[in-house]
Design a protein around this ligand. Structure first.
Ligand code: OAD
Length: 241
């Protein structure tokens, strides 16, 4: 079976009612990154950070996978499908996609806020993640087994993206790559497109699809994720054989 890799970002979940970050009404136009998405924000006002992610988690739990998530799942009948996502929602999994790598964490999970563990992550310390029961983490009452308050399993700005090498290895083996719903503004995630092998077929689905600065020729689909996937479905099935 050929290998198909989807590199997804917030746009794939937009039609499920989850805000993107950098569009007109995106989250980063309404909140400051420094207030809610950095280790410094957590040190300064952990309750505010916790509340921000509690709201995001409620939003994710209330949302349903859309036709784009489901189209990716259906492709599993034709390909060995891997999703490398920057999203912290679990809509790919809830749509039934089996192999999903979350570069920036998964909001349904919590981890210890022990700062040493967070720093050590770069050096291969195995972090433990705990599935959150319901939608709310309470600061400081909800604690990890090591006694530190639980924090969301989110990779904040200035924290290492420990899965980037694993993600790059997956992308490098792809016969077909679909880049969907990401502005490719955040590194190292954005650098994954440079790992696509020569000869791979590359599609980019995004209403603002721009030419990706890579050697391979890219089929640009300037459309939202749901109808974008519908448009390339036949091509994808043909390429599988
Ligand atoms: P962005 O908000 O930066 O980009 C969203 C992309 O989705 C844009 O290119 C939009 O044009 C596109 N888009 C909007 N609606 C769409 C739709 N219905 N269908 C398809 N595409 C659509 O989001 P990301 O690139 O995912 O990190 O952002 C990367 C990271 O920045 C996030 O993972 C997050 C953020 O800070 C963390 O929180 C750690």
């Amino acid at each position: 079976m050929k290998k198909l890799v989807v590199i997804s970002g917030a746009g794939v979940s937009a039609e499920s009612g989850i805000s993107t970050f950098r569009d007109g009404n995106g989250l980063w136009n309404n909140y400051k990154i420094e207030d809610v998405a950095t280790p410094q924000a957590w040190a300064k006002n952990p309750a505010l950070v916790q509340e921000f992610y509690n709201q995001r988690r409620k939003n994710v739990i209330a949302a349903q996978p859309n036709a784009a998530h489901l189209a990716i799942t259906e492709l599993q009948q034709h390909y060995d499908v891997h999703v490398v996502t920057q999203n912290v929602d679990d809509l790919h999994e809830r749509a039934g996609t089996d192999k999903v790598l979350h570069l920036h964490g998964n909001i349904r999970f919590a981890k210890s806020s022990n700062p040493d563990r967070v720093l050590d992550a770069e050096f291969d310390v195995q972090e433990e993640y705990y599935l959150i029961d319901g939608d709310t983490l309470n600061y400081p009452d909800d604690k990890a087994p090591d006694g530190y308050p639980l924090r969301p399993h989110i990779v904040w700005f200035y924290e290492p993206v420990v899965l980037i090498d694993a993600a790059a290895d997956i992308v490098a083996e792809a016969d077909v790559v679909i880049v969907v719903g990401t502005s490719l503004e955040v590194y190292p995630a954005a650098s994954l497109v440079y790992r696509i092998k020569k000869g791979a077929h590359v599609f980019c689905i995004d209403p603002n699809a721009e030419s990706l600065m890579i050697e391979q020729s890219v089929t640009l689909i300037k459309d939202v994720a749901t109808s974008g996937f519908a448009r390339i479905k036949d091509d994808l099935i043909r390429l599988a054989n």
